[in-house]
Design a protein around this ligand. Structure first.
Ligand SMILES: N[C@@H](CCC(=O)N[C@@H](CS)C(=O)NCC(=O)O)C(=O)O
Length: 221
């Protein structure tokens, strides 16, 4: 039996969506973030040493990392669905975006989240001034321009592609859904209409809705 070790409000939601698209039987083991630290409970480390979600177990097999889980599910249960044929342009695109989501897009987004928290929590007043100056310098000099370039690049790609790998839904779309949902939840659809339309299209799919009803708390849908 496939089990998804699922943390509330997390990247794990995209795995539930994929499982629903594949119409597979699976169970969900729910884990709750700590209310103060937002971290996963230490029990998740019993499943995988890093204690991050998603993690999937399938009999004796344990798979961590969203991209690896998506590839595992598509190659094991996809019957040719959700991973384009090897050697095609669609396959190269699918592979590119599968890696891009966690390799290029998420790191500056997470850095922004951390700096926003530093700004919000720095006390007393003079520490806040210094914290803001450091955050402005790092965000303005590095992470900010990277986020902008990434978002403009994705927006242009979605301007002439229905899905990330071309005409068909693929593993790349599950992987890209989480960062784009997070961006849209913060208002990105105004500036990036193609990204807004992509997230809306994802949210309208019956499989996505089913996954959402099973996954519990998820603030980005
Ligand atoms: N690159 C990993 C990232 C996994 C990850 O950081 N997951 C977050 C949830 S979105 C998590 O488990 N956070 C809780 C923690 O770090 O304790 C993936 O895509 O699976």
């Amino acid at each position: 039996m496939i089990t998804v070790h699922h943390l509330n409000n997390s990247r794990s939601q995209r795995i539930l969506w994929m499982l629903e698209e594949l119409e597979l039987d699976y169970e969900i083991k729910h884990y709750q973030r700590d209310a103060v630290t937002n971290l996963a409970p230490s029990t998740l480390k019993l499943i995988h040493p890093l204690g991050k979600s998603p993690v999937l177990t399938d009999g004796d097999i344990t798979v961590a990392e969203s991209g690896a889980i998506i590839e595992y599910l598509a190659t094991t249960y996809g019957n040719g669905r959700l991973l384009p044929k090897a050697g095609t342009e669609a396959q190269r695109q699918c592979s590119y975006w599968l890696h891009f989501a966690e390799g290029s897009l998420m790191p500056p987004m997470v850095a922004k989240l951390v700096f926003d928290k530093v700004r919000a929590n720095a006390k007393p007043f003079f520490v806040k001034i210094i914290a803001n100056k450091i955050a402005d310098k790092v965000m303005g000099g590095y992470f900010g321009p990277n986020i902008l370039a990434n978002m403009q690049f994705i927006e242009a790609h979605l301007g002439h592609n229905a899905w990330f790998a071309g005409d068909e839904l693929s593993g790349a779309d599950f992987q890209m859904s989480f960062p784009l949902e997070a961006a849209v939840a913060k208002g990105a659809a105004m500036q990036y209409p193609n990204i807004g339309a992509f997230v809306k299209k994802v949210h309208s799919r019956p499989a996505y809705k089913k996954a959402l009803s099973k996954g519990g708390q998820y603030d980005y849908a």
